[in-house]
Design a binder for this molecule. Sequence first.
Ligand SMILES: [Zn+2]
Length: 426
Amino acid sequence: MQADLLIVNIGELATTVGHSDRPQCGSELGKLAIYQDSFLAVKAGRILALGPMAESEQYRGPDTEVIDAEGKAVLPGFVDPHTHLVFDGWRERELAMKLAGKPYLEILAAGYGILSTVRATRQASLELLVQDAKQSLDRMLLHGTTTVEAKSGYGLTTESELKQLQAARQADQEHPVDIVSTFLGAHAVPPEYKHDSEAFVDLLIEEMLPAVAAQDLATFCDVFCEQGVFSIEQSRRILQAAKKHGFKLKLHADEIVALGGAELAAELGATSADHLLQASPAGIKAMADTGVIAVLLPATSFTLRSAKGADAAAMLEAGCAIALATDFNPGTCPTESMQIVQTMAWQVLGLTPAQALAASTINSAHAIGVANEVGSLEVGKAADFVIYDAPNLDFVAYHFGVNLAQHVFKHGRQVVRAGHLCYSEI
Ligand SMILES: [Zn+2]
């Protein structure tokens, strides 16, 4: 059959195979199919075939666009399953405070941190939020990310949370990167509820969740479960209510203090628990037993100057599925690049490039419920892939701090050419 698009002379094509129905768990992580000297054929936005170069000719027809990869590496587009995409209010001015050793919870208590972004986001127009989000999506695409999750959580009023989610929906419609939305109204307790967080939890449950559900603005509901933010009991109340509205669940769990967030995620059947630096052995085991995906955010550990990140080795030992994300946000992790996360994965977490790739593609696709469609290069799946200016997979994690993504394809359409955006508004 004639392909619409044929990528030839691929130096190394690396992807997971056969994990669209379940993530790679424990010691399975990083099992890849690697094709050297290979081709990739695309038809109607989907993968038609791939394999050794010798088999490529049968897909070449008079109308086939042929691109020579010149011996470079082809990998699936990254799926970034944890971002705080939509906001106004960057916070570079907090760097000096952090360097002076002020703990994050103290910065938060002093009115900086997330609350300054909340002030800016509340004031921002929908148009400005969409424009800013699309600028970040452009950077993600340029670095090889083709699908992202996007959380609300900088509005913290019904109106401004809906505004953030509407901005994500509009950005999804107007930009090639696909967005899966998460309602994170329980990201922080807003200043007006500082002395009565229970009343804010009531507002979340009685007003915000039904409003988000009524407009079908989010697939997931997430809670920042942390000391001084939302307790285990409050997180349980919010997530149980969310479940009744049909949301799938996520949890910011055990990042700073070991509260038992991993255990709660397992108890509620959450899709993922994220951060997990302080997760207990029992919590890790409970997650493995119930299939909760551990979304790890090593770039956040790096910027927070944490001595070590989450205990990835213990999670793999217990049989957990690990996924990786940027945690893109204006405070603790202002990067859109999943390439730098590949580097942080070996630096901070001790994962190999193959493990990091699986955790950033098929497993991260599972963490946001899109693994049937994206996350691996297999016949029939969406043709979301990247040609890197690198000879192989390992090189992408190894040669860090620069952008190696050269050509990016979304649904079989070239959206980045020679390191520059080339899509027109769709
Ligand atoms: Zn987060």
